[in-house]
Write a protein that binds this ligand. Structure first.
Ligand code: BG6
Length: 487
């Protein structure tokens, strides 16, 4: 794959010793360096309050990159990459610490600066102010904000406001790494690069849509963060709603960032609110108990590290979502996500209407065409059609037309963070969320939480390694459908 070397940049990774930086961002940058995209005079600076020397930081980073990249890791390449790496001790909340960071930027005013905030979002406002007061924010600076941005609409609004006092909207990159996934971009290609699907993509032809983001992993080492957050804020407010937007949006007039983001915003604003009693019939909260993952016994959520023993945080959510537009009125979208489910799978299933009048006897009843778009772990598109069973008589049977994208394009695809980090350097905002999108997503999410509190809706327990609580199957079967894996 041909790559262009990017102009020199300085990237400051705040929260530099944390999981995201060491396990995702640094490996992604290493890969881009190996691919030849990062110029030799660029710099990557880890920043955290740990009392590390540069060499401590290099050994930590080397260890985690090696573990993450496995056989892809090459010592000679690493040594070349490590030349760009530095570490500066800064406590994000201590203003005077930023002078140390500022000192390393003398004579670099003309260079693109990316500040990646990989810290808790309640620190974002203070960090911006401190960066600004230390004279670190230039016209060529950009800030990258990790999700979830805040914990509800009010807190997100406050953070956005404070960040906006220092950075212009064109300098703010709100990250949702799902938007950087090759497969998610392929979904755009499928919908807007082919004339075939557009006429079918609407009420009257589509019966319902399912979006599943299932994880086999539990909360891992993130108990502290997760217990305060839960699946609704961690996954639904961002990743699932973004997938829903791409599935449901109108064709944008161009691929220009704002053209795309305007259309996604319209979907978010058209979501039918789930208020009050709706939470009892259209949402399911779950929490896993001990079970098995990949054949190995695993503890329940309440026995994970850093989880309150009486926690009522949800690790699973299923929702019935309706979109109040001409295109989608009456077409339910079922969303589901959870930790410690049976498999790691992200898939979208579009079920089309049945034929209005069956003319063949012995056809399977209630079998409709189905488009299965699988985004993870493998990328594939499968269309189920009905074909004649060979032999006498007209007996129809479902068969699959399949496309394995990995087989079709034998080039390795970029990891989401590789693409998104390079986009921040290039100044391409298309795959990042605009402030109004984040606001609209919280505006829809907040009443769900409020409803759970109002009705004291405790999570339903499911066994680790299953597909979630029975109530999730009931949610969809009440409408006469079933989850794709339950067919
Ligand atoms: C993150 C969530 O945003 O996405 C995690 O905070 C989750 O809880 C992860 O595990 C899933 O991402 P992926 O790319 O592994 O599907």
């Amino acid at each position: 794959m041909k790559v262009t070397v990017l102009p020199t940049f300085d990237m400051v990774l705040l929260g530099g010793t944390g999981d995201l930086v060491t396990r995702k961002l640094l490996p992604a940058l290493y890969r881009r360096h190996v691919a030849g995209q990062i110029s030799a005079d660029s710099r990557i600076i880890g920043v955290a309050r740990t009392d590390f020397s540069r060499s401590d930081y290099l050994s930590l980073s080397q260890k985690t990159c090696q573990a993450f990249l496995k056989e892809e890791f090459d010592l000679a390449h690493w040594e070349a990459f490590a030349v760009l790496l530095d570490y500066i001790k800064v406590d994000a909340e201590i203003a005077s610490d930023y002078a140390r960071l500022a000192a390393s930027f003398t004579h670099r005013a003309e260079v693109v600066r990316v500040f990646f905030f990989s810290t808790a979002s309640d620190l974002f406002a203070g960090i911006c102010e401190n960066l600004n007061n230390a004279g670190l924010v230039t016209n060529l600076s950009r800030v990258v904000l990790e999700k979830p941005l805040g914990h509800d609409m009010l807190s997100a609004d406050f953070i956005n406001h404070q960040v906006g006092r220092v950075f212009a909207e064109r300098q703010i990159y709100r990250i949702d790494h799902y938007l950087g996934k090759e497969a998610v971009q392929n979904l755009m290609a499928l919908r807007f690069g082919n004339a075939l699907f557009e006429p079918l993509w609407r009420r009257g032809l589509i019966k319902h849509v399912q979006i599943t983001v299932a994880e086999e992993l539990g909360v891992e080492r993130r108990g502290h963060f997760y217990d305060k957050t839960g699946a609704l804020r961690d996954m639904v407010q961002n990743h699932l709603l973004q997938l829903l937007c791409i599935m449901a949006m109108e064709p944008p007039a161009s691929s220009d960032p704002d053209a795309v983001r305007d259309e996604k915003l319209k979907v978010l604003r058209a979501l039918k609110p789930l208020r009050g009693q709706d939470v009892l019939t259209k949402t399911v909260r779950g929490q896993y108990k001990a079970g098995a993952a990949g054949g190995v016994a695993v503890p329940g959520y309440l026995n994970e590290t850093n989880i309150a023993p009486d926690s009522t945080t949800e690790t699973f959510v299923a929702l019935k979502v309706e979109i109040d537009t001409w295109r989608w009125a009456g077409v339910p979208f079922y969303l589901r996500t959870g930790k410690r489910l049976q498999d790691r799978v992200t898939e979208l299933v579009v079920t089309f209407d049945e034929v209005p009048h069956p003319i063949f006897e012995n056809s399977p009843s209630h079998t409709a065409n189905e488009l299965l778009i699988r985004l993870q772990p493998d990328e594939s598109i499968t269309l189920t059609i009905l074909a004649k069973n060979p032999g006498e008589g007209m007996r129809l049977k479902p068969v699959s037309l399949g496309l394995d994208l990995g087989d079709s394009f034998r080039t390795p695809s970029l990891d989401a963070y590789e693409r998104l980090l390079m986009d921040t350097v290039k100044g391409n905002l298309t795959l990042f969320m605009r402030r109004d999108e984040v606001d609209a997503a919280w505006r829809w999410i907040d009443p769900i939480r409020a409803g759970w509190e109002q009705f004291d809706e405790k999570p339903k327990i499911y066994v680790a390694g299953s597909w979630g609580p029975a109530a999730s199957s009931a949610l969809i079967s009440r409408d006469g459908f079933s989850w794709h894996d339950e067919l």
